[in-house]
Write a protein that binds this ligand. Structure first.
Ligand code: AP5
Ligand code: MG
Ligand code: ZN
Length: 215
């Protein structure tokens, strides 16, 4: 299954992707995670991406499209993939369509997770992420049973540099201006599935699987 998981910052894309990719047995392709890995490793890509990410702006399309194109050409994507946080602009969506045509692939569905702005602010400012394995927690909604350590690997939990209140507000504005137009874009192609995302994590997963005809 070849799917895009869309939604504003904090909608739960990463959280749902963790479960869905296991359930559907497909690779999870998150451009945000790829950039954060590059930043951690100090590569030229990381140095460039950090300038944009820390202020809540989008990394330029040429850079982002390039890394996704490379990733989709890898053999494990042949049978399917889940894109998380890409595309985020109309030019990215057009580039994705060209890339998929070149690879003779076709998108099955675009899942749009819908959550109100007030809830997004709470989710983002309370988020904690594991340094070791990248697992996502929340101080109120999904606290780790091991306090400030990861339940899965014991790694240290940290707050993303772009989860401060000031940067979060910027990211939400950037989303409205540059990414929200993709809702109509995929609606027009008949691929869009809107999923209400303010319920529990488990309930949202159930609704997505049901909408995909997997339950
Ligand atoms: P990216 O990492 O993609 O960030 P984002 O899109 O802003 O989304 P988040 O990862 O913040 O949220 P999420 O929807 O994954 O939510 P999560 O599951 O963690 O991108 C970061 C930056 O990289 C961008 O700003 C940009 O600079 C750059 N970038 C990335 N892709 C790019 C692209 N294509 N083009 C250009 N630039 C790009 O959940 C959030 C919190 O809520 C967690 O604490 C979680 O535990 C909690 N939670 C989740 N679900 C629920 C629930 N149902 N109930 C209660 N709490 C919940
Ligand atoms: Mg994410
Ligand atoms: Zn961990």
């Amino acid at each position: 299954m070849k799917i895009i998981l869309m939604g504003p910052p904090g909608a739960g894309k990463g959280t749902q992707a963790e479960v869905l990719t296991k359930e559907l047995n497909i690779p999870h392709i998150s451009t945000g995670d790829m950039f954060r890995k590059a930043i951690k490793e100090g590569t030229p890509l990381g140095v460039e991406a950090k300038r944009y990410i820390d202020s809540g702006k989008l990394v330029p399309d040429e850079v982002t499209v390039g890394i996704v194109k490379e990733r989709l050409a890898e053999p494990d994507c042949q049978a399917g993939f889940l894109l998380d946080g890409f595309p985020r602009t109309v030019p990215q969506a057009d580039a994705l369509e060209n890339t998929l045509n070149e690879l003779r692939m076709k998108l099955d569905k675009v899942i749009n997770i819908v959550v109100k702005r007030e809830a997004l602010l709470k989710r983002l400012t309370g988020r904690r992420v594991c340094k070791g394995c990248g697992a996502t927690y929340h101080v109120v909604f999904k606290p780790s049973q091991k306090g400030d350590q990861c339940e899965q690997c014991g790694g240290e939990l940290y707050q993303r540099s772009d989860d401060s209140e000031a940067v979060v507000a910027n990211r939400l504005n950037v989303y409205e201006q540059q990414t929200a137009p993709l809702i109509e874009y995929y609606q027009a192609k008949g691929l869009l599935l809107n999923i209400e995302g303010s319920d529990s994590v488990e309930e949202v997963t159930r609704k997505i699987l049901q909408a995909l005809g997997r339950e």
